[in-house]
Ligand binder design. Structure first.
Ligand code: C2E
Ligand code: CA
Ligand code: CA
Length: 850
C-alpha cells in the first residue's frame, strides 16, 4: 500500500497505450509530412512542366499566327515591287493582285483580315474578309472620287456598303510609322476605323520602286481571332492564358469575351482592358501580382505562385518579342486544382483513410488492453476484499486471454486454499481440539449469534470448575486426564443439547454452559443442579471408576452484546468463591467483583509493604495447660497499612503465597521473631528454654536454599535452635512429598522443632501422620470450640490424644476461649494450650509481664 503511493503510478493501459499512440502519431505525422513534401515537389514539377509547355505552345501558335502574315506580306511586297503592280493613278493591277492573293493564294491565313496598300498619292486599295467567306473591296482613287468606298463585293459596283470621305491612308497607324523608318514593322495595336472596330495589328512593309518609296503594304491581323486560339489551348487545361503588352493591357486571352473595355477610369470605352481589370480571377490576380512584383520587362520567363481565397495559382510570365516591334508577354495562370485535378483531394482522402485505420487500430488496441487489464483489476479488487475478510470473491475467469484466465484461475485456487486453511485455523480458535466443543473464544463469538436471535429474556452462564483436577491428572496420567475431560463433555452434551444452550471448554479444567433464553434465575439454578447430577456417578477411565467433584460459578443477567468476556471473568470470581467456601454453586454478585478487586489491590500493595517495613509480628502466649505458665509464644504476622489499618494475615498470606512474596515476608518475620526472642531471653524477661513458634509456609519449605537461609538466620540472630519451633500447616503437606519431609527432618537435625499446625482440617488421614517428622501437634480450633464435658470422650481431640499417645510429641490445643475447654483438655492430657482465654496476639511491647 505504501509503495503504491510513494512512486508515481501508471495504469497498465497507459503504460501500453502511450508508446503505441506515440508511435502511431509519429508515423502519421511522418506520412503526412512526406506526403505533403512529395506533393509539393510534384506540384512544382508538374506546374513547371505544364506552364512551360503551355507557354511553348502559345509561343509557337503566336509565331504561326503572326509570322505567316508577315512572310506572306513580304512575298507580296516582293511581287508588287518586281512587277511594279502599282502605278500612281492606276490601281487596277494591284487591286487584281490583292483580290487574287486573298481569295486564291493565302486562303489559310484566316487571321489576316485585311490586305491593303496605301500609296504616297493618298490612294488606297484594300480587301477585307467578310463573315460570309467573301471579301469586300475598299477603294480610294480617282475612280471613287478620292473618297474611301467600301463595297459589298470584291468589284467596283453600285453595291456600296459605306463611304468614308477624306480618308488619308498616310495618316493611318499602319502607314505612318513605316513612312518614317522605311523598315518593315508591326504596327501599334489599334482599333479599326470601320464599323466592326476590331482589335488589329498590322504587319507593315514599305514598297520601293528602286530607291523610291512609293507606299506601304499592310496586312491586318485580327487579334480577336487569337482569343479563339488561346481558348482552344486552355480547353483541356482550364487555366487562363493571356497576352499583354508592356503597359499590361490585354491583347488576347483565353476567355470567351472581348478585351475591349466597356469604359472604366483607366480604360475608356473602346480601348483595351488592363489585365488587372479582367473579370477572370486568374487573369486579374496574376496581373496584380505581376504589377506588384514588376515582372514586366524581365528578359526571361518568370514562374510565380500566389494564393487567393484558399486556392493556389501557379503562373508564368514569358516575354514575346521580335525585331519588328513586338513587345508582348505570354502569361499563364492555373489553379492548383486545375493543375493536378483531384490529386490533392485523393491524397487527403488517403490520409484520412490512414487516420481512420489508425484510429480503428487504436480502438482495437484499447479493447484488447482492456481485456488484459480488466481481469487484473478484478483480481486485485478481489484480493483487497479478501484482505478485509470477505472470502466470497470468486473472480470469473471468462476473458479470452490465456494468461489472464490462468491468473484468475490461479487466484481462485489460491483463494480456496487460503479460505480452507483460514477456516481450519478459525476452527482451531473457535473449537477446543480435545473435546470439539466451543473454546473460550468460540463461546464469546457464538454467544453474540445466539443473543441476536433472542428478545425479551435473560441469559445465564455456568462456569464449571473441576475440583483438584491437577491432582486427578497427576494420579491418572495425562492421557487419561484428557479422556476424563472428553467423558465429562459427553455427559454435558447429553444433558444440554438444545439450540439455546452453548457448551464450551473455557479453560483446562473449566467448562462453560451458556443459556441464551432464561425466564428467571431459578431456571439457571436448576440447570446448575442438573450439572451436578451429571457428576454423581463415577467416570470409568481405563477401568478405574473416578468420582469427580465440581464447583459452579453462576452469572445471571441480561447479557449485553460484548459482555461475554466480562461474564467469564465474573463467573470465574463466583467459581473461586464457591471453591474457597466449599460450596457447590456460587452466584456472582457485584460485591464479589469488589472483593476480587480488593484482593488485586492488596497484591499490588504488598511489595511496597515489605519495603516500608509495614509487616511486624504479634505474639500470642503458649501456656502449660497444667501449671498455667507461659512456656512460649507464637509469632503471628500483622500488616499495619497506613491506609487500610491492620490487615489480617488471612487476607494477604494466601495472596503472598500465590505470587511468591511470602518468601521475603517469611524471612522478615522469622528473623524478627528470633531477634525478639534472643533479646527477651538476654534481658531475662523470658526463660532460657522459651519456645518461639514461627509459622512457615510450604512455599518457604520447598525453597531450594531454605536450609541455608535458616542456618543463616540462626547464625545472624544467635538464637539457639532449641528455642525455635517452626509450624507447618498440615493440610499443605498433603502430598507427603519426600523431599519436603526430608527438609523437615533436616530442620529437626539442626535442633529446631517442627509443629504440625491446624491438625485435623487437612486432607491426609490420621494414619499417615506418623510418617511425618515432627515434635509438636497443634490440634485445630475447629475441634476445640465445640468440646463439652458430654462429648469429650468421643471427640476428635480425644482420638488424637489416643492415637499419638505412643509418640514422643507435645500436644497443643489451639483456640481455647473458655475455662471449661481448658479443663477438659487438661483432663485429656494435652500439654500446652493457646487461645484468647489466655491472651490475644499482642505486639511485643504489650507482652504481659506476669
Ligand atoms: P494459625 O497458625 O492457626 O494461628 C492461630 C490463629 O488463631 C491466629 O489467627 C490467632 O489469632 C487465632 N486465635 C488464637 N487464639 C484464638 C481463640 O481463642 N479464638 C479464635 N477465634 N482465634 C484464636 P491469625 O493471627 O489471624 O492468623 C491466621 C493464620 O495466618 C495463622 O493461623 C497462620 O496460618 C497464618 N499466619 C499468621 N502469621 C503467619 C506467618 O508469619 N507466616 C505464615 N506463613 N503464616 C502466618
Ligand atoms: Ca500457627
Ligand atoms: Ca493453627
Amino acid at each position: 500500500m505504501k509503495n503504491l503511493t510513494t512512486k508515481k503510478q501508471f495504469s497498465l493501459r497507459t503504460a501500453v497505450m502511450l508508446p503505441f499512440i506515440t508511435v502511431l502519431l509519429l508515423t502519421l505525422s511522418v506520412v503526412f509530412y512526406t506526403q505533403n513534401k512529395s506533393y509539393e515537389k510534384l506540384v512544382d514539377d508538374v506546374s513547371q512542366k505544364i506552364l512551360t509547355s503551355y507557354t511553348q505552345n502559345t509561343h509557337a501558335d503566336l509565331n504561326i499566327f503572326l509570322k505567316a502574315p508577315y512572310v506572306a506580306v513580304q512575298n507580296m511586297v516582293d511581287q508588287i515591287q518586281r512587277y511594279q503592280m502599282y502605278q500612281p493613278n492606276n490601281t487596277k493591277n494591284i487591286q487584281h493582285y490583292l483580290r487574287h492573293s486573298l481569295l486564291e493564294v493565302y486562303t489559310d491565313l484566316q487571321q489576316v483580315d485585311v490586305l491593303s496598300f496605301g500609296g504616297e498619292q493618298k490612294e488606297y486599295i484594300g480587301f477585307r474578309r467578310e463573315s460570309n467567306k467573301g471579301i469586300s473591296l475598299m477603294l480610294q482613287d480617282k475612280r471613287t472620287g478620292n473618297d474611301l468606298v467600301i463595297y459589298r463585293g470584291n468589284q467596283i459596283s453600285e453595291d456600296i456598303r459605306s463611304i468614308i470621305p477624306n480618308y488619308d491612308p498616310r495618316q493611318r497607324p499602319w502607314y505612318s510609322p513605316v513612312a518614317n523608318t522605311l523598315d518593315p514593322a508591326w504596327s501599334q495595336i489599334y482599333t479599326n476605323v470601320d464599323e466592326r472596330k476590331e482589335i488589329t495589328i498590322s504587319t507593315m512593309h514599305p514598297v520601293f520602286y528602286g530607291n523610291d518609296f512609293i507606299g506601304v503594304f499592310a496586312a491586318d491581323v485580327k487579334l480577336d481571332s487569337f482569343n479563339a486560339f488561346l481558348y482552344q489551348e486552355t480547353e483541356h487545361t482550364k487555366g487562363s492564358i493571356y497576352l499583354i503588352d508592356n503597359k499590361q493591357r490585354l491583347i488576347a486571352h483565353s476567355n470567351p469575351g472581348s478585351v475591349i473595355s466597356l469604359g472604366s477610369p483607366r480604360s475608356p470605352n473602346g480601348t483595351r482592358q488592363l489585365a488587372i481589370e479582367s473579370p477572370d480571377i486568374a487573369i486579374q490576380k496574376s496581373a496584380e501580382y505581376i504589377q506588384e512584383k514588376k515582372l514586366v520587362n524581365n528578359q526571361a520567363a518568370t514562374v510565380f505562385c500566389f494564393s487567393y481565397k484558399g486556392e493556389r495559382y501557379f503562373s508564368q510570365i514569358t516575354p514575346y518579342r521580335d525585331n519588328h516591334g513586338l513587345d508582348w508577354y505570354i502569361v499563364i495562370s492555373i489553379t492548383e486544382s486545375d493543375l493536378l485535378g483531384h490529386l490533392q483531394q485523393e491524397q487527403r482522402k488517403g490520409l484520412l483513410f490512414g487516420i481512420l485505420l489508425a484510429f480503428t487500430g487504436l480502438l482495437i488496441g484499447i479493447y484488447t488492453i482492456t481485456q488484459v487489464t480488466k481481469p487484473i483489476f478484478t483480481t486485485a479488487n478481489a484480493a483487497r476484499n479478501i484482505a478485509s475478510g470477505n472470502w466470497n470473491n470468486n473472480v470469473e475467469a471468462k476473458g479470452s486471454i490465456y494468461e489472464t484466465t490462468m491468473l484468475m484461475n490461479a487466484f481462485n485456487d489460491m483463494t480456496h486454499k487460503l479460505q480452507s486453511s483460514f477456516e481450519a485455523m478459525r476452527q482451531q480458535i473457535i473449537f477446543d481440539p480435545l473435546t470439539q466443543v466451543l473454546s473460550r473464544q468460540g463461546l464469546i463469538e457464538h454467544s453474540r449469534t445466539m443473543l441476536s436471535k433472542q428478545k425479551e429474556c435473560e441469559q445465564g452462564l455456568l462456569l464449571i470448575g473441576i475440583d483438584n483436577f491437577r491432582d486427578i491428572n497427576d494420579s491418572l496420567g495425562i492421557l487419561e486426564g484428557d479422556q476424563l475431560l472428553q467423558r465429562i463433555t459427553e455427559r454435558l452434551q447429553a444433558s444440554f443439547h438444545t439450540s439455546n444452550i452453548a457448551i464450551a471448554r473455557v479453560g483446562g479444567d473449566e467448562f462453560g454452559l451458556f443459556f441464551s433464553n432464561l425466564d428467571n434465575i431459578e431456571q439457571l439454578q436448576q440447570h446448575a443442579l442438573d450439572v451436578h447430577a451429571c457428576f454423581m456417578t463415577p467416570f470409568h477411565i481405563s477401568a478405574n471408576p473416578t468420582l469427580v467433584s465440581i464447583s459452579i460459578g453462576l452469572v445471571y443477567d441480561d447479557l449485553s452484546c460484548d459482555a461475554m468476556t466480562l461474564w467469564l471473568r465474573n463467573a470465574s470470581i463466583a467459581l473461586s468463591q464457591a471453591k474457597k467456601n466449599n460450596l457447590d454453586t456460587s452466584l456472582y454478585t457485584p460485591e464479589m467483583a469488589v472483593a476480587s478487586q480488593h484482593k488485586a489491590n492488596i497484591t499490588a500493595e504488598l511489595a511496597s509493604a515489605i519495603e516500608n517495613n509495614e509487616m511486624l509480628p504479634f505474639y500470642q502466649p503458649i501456656i502449660d495447660i497444667k501449671t498455667g505458665e507461659i512456656i512460649g509464644a507464637e509469632a503471628l504476622i500483622r500488616w499495619i497499612n497506613p491506609r487500610r489499618g491492620l490487615v489480617s494475615p488471612l487476607d494477604f498470606i494466601p495472596l503472598a503465597e500465590d505470587n511468591g512474596m511470602i518468601i521475603p515476608i517469611g524471612t522478615q518475620i522469622l528473623t524478627q521473631a528470633c531477634l525478639d526472642t534472643v533479646d527477651r531471653i538476654n534481658k531475662g524477661l523470658w526463660p532460657k528454654d522459651f519456645h518461639m513458634h514461627v509459622n512457615l509456609s510450604v512455599c518457604q519449605l520447598t525453597q531450594d536454599n531454605f536450609l541455608d537461609e535458616l542456618e543463616n538466620i540462626l547464625q545472624k540472630t544467635e538464637i539457639p535452635a532449641q528455642n525455635l519451633t517452626l509450624e507447618i500447616t498440615e493440610s499443605r503437606l498433603v502430598n507427603h512429598d519426600k523431599s519436603t519431609t526430608n527438609t523437615m527432618q533436616k530442620i529437626r537435625d539442626l535442633g529446631i522443632q517442627i509443629a504440625i499446625d491446624d491438625f485435623g482440617t487437612g486432607y491426609s488421614s490420621l494414619a499417615y501422620i506418623h510418617k511425618l517428622p515432627f515434635d509438636v501437634l497443634k490440634v485445630d480450633r475447629a475441634f476445640i470450640k465445640d468440646l463439652t464435658a458430654e462429648n469429650v470422650e468421643s471427640s476428635i481431640a480425644a482420638a488424637v490424644y489416643n492415637m499419638t499417645k505412643g509418640f514422643n510429641i507435645t500436644l497443643v490445643a489451639e483456640g481455647i476461649e473458655t475455662q471449661e475447654q481448658a479443663e477438659l483438655l487438661a483432663k485429656l492430657n494435652y500439654n500446652h494450650a493457646q487461645g484468647f482465654l489466655y491472651s490475644r496476639p499482642l505486639p511485643l511491647t504489650e507482652w504481659p509481664t506476669e
